[in-house]
Ligand binder design. Structure first.
Ligand SMILES: N[C@@H](CCC(=O)N[C@@H](CS)C(=O)NCC(=O)O)C(=O)O
Length: 186
């Protein structure tokens, strides 16, 4: 039975893939595994009734495996890895949470109205830790030569961060974080 996936459509452009890093993570995982799938673009400002029935929380992504719809990108990625083990995207466990605080720190900074509330500094600390990891482990990916699940989670979030912070705050990742810049270009 074919895999089906519901992902976010671009705001104002219902035929184009939108900016949800969780949807992009699930899509990238299917692509890396070369799993054929049928994609449904969901306008999340006007969710269709059929979508609400399969995703009661109204969130994307949701993926249909063996006739059952599953929500949450963590669960989805785990199931894809179990059902389609090759090529393996399993990352070394010590890198599993690498960069995991970048996205929440970005959201705090994006929402912040006070330039001195420490949210920018907190994000910078997380980005510096990623830069240091890439510097000491050689890259180009988190686990070295090979792309793994942690890259497919982190990369869409970094992309989202760059686009949103530049647009809303005219803020860019400092040039001194050269390894982070290199990573986003791989
Ligand atoms: N923890 C979920 C988060 C998914 C999520 O927050 N999706 C957002 C779009 S990026 C969404 O569907 N928002 C629609 C809504 O909340 O109405 C995952 O990892 O899949």
């Amino acid at each position: 039975m074919a895999v089906e996936i519901c992902v976010k459509a671009a705001v104002g452009a219902p035929d184009i893939l939108g900016d949800c890093p969780f949807s992009q993570r699930a899509l990238l995982t299917l692509e890396e595994k070369k799993v054929p799938y049928k994609r449904h673009l969901i306008n999340i400002s006007d969710k269709p009734q059929w979508f609400m029935e399969i995703s009661p929380e109204g969130k994307v992504p949701v993926v249909k495996f063996d006739d059952k719809w599953v929500a949450d990108s963590d669960v989805i990625v785990r199931i894809i890895e179990e059902k389609y083990p090759e090529p393996s995207l399993t990352n070394p466990p010590e890198f599993a949470s690498l960069g995991s605080k970048i996205f929440p720190s970005f959201v705090n900074f994006l929402k912040s109205k006070d330039p001195n509330d420490g949210t920018e500094q907190a994000l910078l600390e997380e980005l510096k830790a990623l830069d240091e990891h890439l510097k000491t482990h050689g890259g180009p990916f988190i686990a070295g030569e090979k792309v793994t699940a942690v890259d497919l989670s982190l990369a869409p979030k970094l992309y989202h961060l760059q686009v949103a912070l530049e647009h809303f705050k005219q803020w860019t990742v400092p040039e001194s974080l050269a390894h982070v810049h290199g990573y986003t270009k791989v």
